[in-house]
Design a protein. Structure first.
Length: 759
């Protein structure tokens, strides 16, 4: 067998941008010089199929060929030998002179929504084979795991099942409509609203509604995933991926395998990085075993529900491609031919052996963990799936309780450090749950895929081609492959990220040079907790207690404590309700006397409470030409002393009648979503670009304001905002130079000659 057996052939390749597809295209171009290749590629967004092919040629799989030929010659070679067909399966006209069709397009996710899996892996197969004319040799790329959940040896023959693929396809495509209808039932929507309200009520009603809709769509996705997984398992397959790939084989047999229409079904096992070609370790993205290996090396998987003696059937990608092209060159004379491209029968890698080899690799080459040194890989004892599941459930319950407790604590560096640590633990639990659900069945497999036909096909290779184009799995030295080729390749990106983690995980503050000079940018600051170490309650107490003898302080504080439950309840529901309820305490105060008090006494106290870091940052923005804005729910009279720092001050305005405050507001307070709405209107009116603007805030209620700008800055955040900021990778400042406490300020201002009381 030689390259001449495909000489002059016109090959149609589907799935060319995928892992196997790009490797197949590279091999055809580099080693089969007399073939012409048509590639079926869908446009994506504004990128045409030709654009996507051009991008493909810049990927690492083509790097050795590009270096050997030169980029210009490679481009010319592709122009001469490759035809791009733009469109989807079933929606394009295919060439009539095809000799070989290598169909590799499929969804490779184990658990996509059931309709998506069927649309690609079943409906797409039917559309392709119905669109073909003539009698090209079909090489249908499947997977060894179409055998399903079984034990023992699996032969290279057609699958033995009676599932009606047409009926299953019809039901799968109809499932989304059923689930979408169910998701709009009142009981489902009420649960989503309640959950969203618990998390996001402080941020405003639209934030709550948006999150409720997100929860509904996530419910739809989970439900459709469960549809596919449960239906697959009810019929003997571990997941919807293997189920639909099995039905895809039946589609090929039904629509194509007739006399004079050759069909070969190639079933690779777990395809991983290249052994030799295009270079050792080449891989595109993470494949099935890689997340397990990387998570193990990062210390995230403390245990895994695998059987130590089960065979993890891994095969390097270049051996798979060589087998596919050798199969393409030898169409079967009669009936469909089936071929397992696997290693388990002749060169098995047990799960225990993989663990030992990977553990030795990470012991010698641990993954860096920023400033914390290196990560020690865990020790797996293989306690069994039942024990792992019990530990996992206990860990999930404990983490949920810990998160609720931490979010209820007052914000502090210690509580935020605990939240960060808990976040890492939750990540471990989520990954273990995901891997246990998706991969556990593969790590507990007690099945061997017979590879007799694979070895026969390899034996037919001419000796001069066997080394470079062979696919004998016995040539794999698992220690050398895992420790010298595969693990270094898949951990390279993780190692670079780990080296950066030390500096990136620290609390960052932008330097003066990081602020671009622009006049169309806003820098918006919240007040309480962001600029000053105080809140609306303290502002009131400054004014109230500063004008009464100390003998009356206890009575005022007791009255405030009596009303505290009312204020806390309002705060949890809506910050606007808190402001409305609390500002009623100002009823009866004279406007002129309160203004005089602020001017003569309380203004200095407020300025004393401004954090130096805030002052410096405001000045940096002003120096850069940015429009500085203070937006607060505090009373405008109280914040007048801060107007010297800002171009615009937006605060609550109290209603007055005959110069006396009524305790009511002139307009609704600017809180949560109202702040973001005001900012959008303000930016439009003043020609400001919000995507280049900055916002500084400390409370989760300010999440809409922070999300309205391109550069959200979180300052001394409450626990909920801190968690959200970490998830969104926002900049977190800890402006820790807090100035004197409330008592210190009161003792200072009460020594002055105050002229009026606020009420």
């Amino acid at each position: 067998m030689s390259a001449d057996e495909l000489a002059g052939s016109h090959v149609l390749l589907t799935g060319a941008t995928g892992f196997l597809g790009q490797a197949t295209l590279e091999r055809l171009l580099s080693s089969y010089p007399d073939t012409h290749v048509s590639v079926l590629i869908r446009p994506r967004g504004e990128r045409t199929a030709t654009d996507r092919l051009s991008a493909l040629l810049r990927k690492n799989v083509f790097r050795p060929l590009s270096e050997r030929l030169g980029a210009e010659k490679l481009t010319r070679l592709v122009r001469e030998r490759v035809t791009v067909i733009e469109g989807d399966l079933g929606s394009v006209t295919l060439p009539a002179d095809l000799d070989v069709v290598i169909h590799g397009a499929s969804t490779v996710s184990f658990d996509p929504p059931v309709d998506e899996a069927f649309r690609t892996n079943v409906s797409g197969v039917a559309a392709l084979y119905q669109a073909l004319t003539g009698s090209p040799h079909i090489v249908h790329i499947s997977t060894a795991y179409v055998a399903g959940t079984r034990k023992g040896v699996v032969a290279e023959v057609a699958l033995d099942h009676g599932v009606d693929w047409r009926l299953e396809l019809e039901m799968a495509l109809a499932a989304r409509l059923d689930v979408e209808r169910d998701s709009r039932r009142p009981e489902v929507l009420r649960r989503a609203l309640a959950q969203a309200g618990e998390q996001h009520a402080k941020a405003g009603p639209q934030s709550t509604a948006t999150d409720a809709e997100r929860l509904r769509t996530e419910w739809v996705t989970r439900r459709l995933v469960d549809y596919g997984r449960t239906r697959a398992r009810s019929l003997g397959w571990p997941d919807v991926y293997t189920f639909t790939k099995a039905l895809g084989e039946r589609v090929a047999e039904t629509l194509w395998a007739q006399p004079g229409r050759p069909l070969s079904v190639v079933r690779p096992a777990i395809v991983e990085s290249a052994l030799r070609h295009p270079y050792p370790g080449w891989i595109d993205g993470f494949k099935m075993a890689d997340p397990l290996i990387i998570s193990f090396g990062r210390g995230l998987l403390r245990e895994f529900p695998g059987l130590p003696d089960s065979v993890l059937d891994v095969i390097p990608v270049d051996l798979v491609i060589n087998a596919i092209l050798a199969t393409a060159a030898r169409p079967p004379a009669t009936g469909p031919a089936y071929l397992h491209v696997s290693s388990g029968a002749t060169n098995p890698l047990t799960f225990q052996n993989m663990y030992v080899l990977c553990r030795a690799y990470f012991d010698n080459h641990p993954i860096p963990d920023g400033d914390r040194g290196h990560i020690a890989p865990p020790t797996w004892r293989f306690p069994g799936s039942q024990q792992v599941e019990l530990r996992l459930r206990a860990g999930e319950r404990a983490a949920a309780l810990a998160e609720r407790a931490l979010l209820a604590l007052p914000p502090s560096k210690r509580s935020q450090d605990w939240l960060t640590s808990l976040g890492r633990q939750q990540q471990e639990l989520v990954q273990l749950r995901e891997y246990a659900d998706l991969y556990g069945v593969y790590a507990r497999a007690e099945v061997i895929y017979d590879d007799s036909r694979l070895r026969e096909l390899h034996a037919a290779l001419p000796p001069q081609r066997a080394l470079e184009h062979g696919f004998d799995p016995t040539v794999i030295d698992w220690r050398a492959y895992l420790q010298d080729v595969h693990c270094p390749s898949i951990t390279a990106t993780v190692r670079r990220a780990g080296q950066r983690r030390g500096s990136s995980s620290k609390v960052r503050s932008p330097s003066p040079r990081s602020l671009p000079e622009r006049t169309d940018v806003a820098a918006v600051f919240d007040l309480e907790g962001t600029i000053v170490n105080s809140n609306v309650v303290e502002s009131y107490l400054w004014a109230r207690l500063a004008t009464m003898p100390r003998s009356g302080w206890l009575r005022e504080l007791a009255d405030l404590a009596r009303c505290a439950p009312q204020y806390l309840s309002a705060e949890r529901h809506d910050r606007g309700e808190l402001l409305r309820a609390f500002l009623r305490r100002y009823a009866g105060a004279r406007v002129d006397e309160l203004r005089a008090l602020v001017t003569d006494v309380l203004g200095d106290a407020l300025l004393h409470r401004v954090m130096p870091e805030a002052t410096r940052q405001i000045r940096r923005h002003r120096a850069a030409g940015h429009r500085t804005v203070l937006i607060t729910g505090a009373v405008d009279l109280h914040v007048e002393p801060l107007s010297v720092l800002f171009d615009e001050v937006v605060a609550s305005r109290m209603h007055a009648k005959d110069g006396v405050l009524t305790g009511f507001l002139e307009t609704p307070p600017l809180v949560d979503e109202a702040r973001a709405a005001w900012l959008r209107h303000y930016a439009q009116a003043n020609g400001l670009h919000l995507d280049r603007s900055y916002a500084y805030a400390d409370s989760y209620s300010d999440r809409p304001l922070l999300e309205a700008v391109g550069h959200p800055q979180v300052v001394n955040p409450d626990s909920q905002l801190f968690r959200h900021a970490r998830r969104r990778r926002w900049v977190v400042h800890r402006w820790g130079a807090h100035t004197g406490g409330l008592l210190e300020v009161l003792l200072d201002v009460t020594g002055a000659d105050c002229r009026a009381a606020p009420r």
